[in-house]
Design a binder for this molecule. Structure first.
Ligand SMILES: [Zn+2]
Length: 207
């Protein structure tokens, strides 16, 4: 990215309210305007967004697989998360991890130190999203207002789905987790459907 573009992106991020993030997250967030959100109104599913999600997924996978290589006895790729900066959503994050761990076999989420990605919370007019700095570090931002408006476990499980490699599909039904806010606020399903489960298992299959 050119320096001028980076400056513009940072300016956008600050104007959009990213300054409420902890300093560590703000410093790692120049690509945030292209992040993957929960609703189509704020994140239109552009090519830039798709590319950003892909970069995030690859960064998380590279970090997780590096750990696995250091411990060949592991049959499953373990992705470690840090929820300490999103205390309001501790239960939702835990439930989202349990949902995904019960849904797929080839990758499992664990809370722990030296995390592959972090959760943050705050106020952002664009809602919740997943983002990356493109250098092996990513984070999920959970917006207070959106998590009151929509089912909070579904929002959290949806954003966690981006970590596992799934893109947005806002036109999908409520039974699809990655349709996000598309089916409206009455949709409370926090579970990925069979297609989404298969896709994550394929993405994380060994070899
Ligand atoms: Zn999304």
């Amino acid at each position: 990215m050119k320096r001028s573009m980076l400056s513009a992106a940072l300016g956008l991020a600050l104007a959009a309210g990213l300054a409420v993030l902890p300093a560590t997250a703000a410093a790692a967030a120049p690509a945030a305007p292209a992040a993957q959100g929960y609703t189509a109104s704020t994140y239109a599913g552009s090519a830039v967004e798709t590319a950003d999600n892909q970069a995030f997924f690859q960064a998380v996978m590279a970090s997780a697989k590096a750990k696995q290589a250091a411990n060949p006895g592991l049959a499953t790729v373990v992705v470690t998360y840090d929820a300490s900066s999103a205390p309001t959503f501790r239960n939702q994050i835990s439930q989202a991890a349990q949902i995904w761990n019960g849904s797929v076999a080839n990758v499992q989420l664990r809370s722990g130190s030296a995390a592959d990605f972090k959760y943050y919370e705050g106020n952002d007019s664009r809602g919740s999203y997943a983002s990356t700095d493109g250098h092996g570090r990513g984070y999920i931002f959970l917006d207070y207002q959106q998590n009151r408006q929509y089912n909070s476990v579904r929002v959290t499980a949806h954003e966690t789905g981006h970590v596992l490699g799934l893109p947005d599909h806002y036109s999908g039904p409520c039974s699809e987790l990655m349709s996000g806010g598309g089916p409206g606020t009455s949709c409370t399903n926090p579970y990925p459907n069979s297609t989404e489960r298969s896709r994550v298992n394929s993405l994380w299959a060994r070899g």
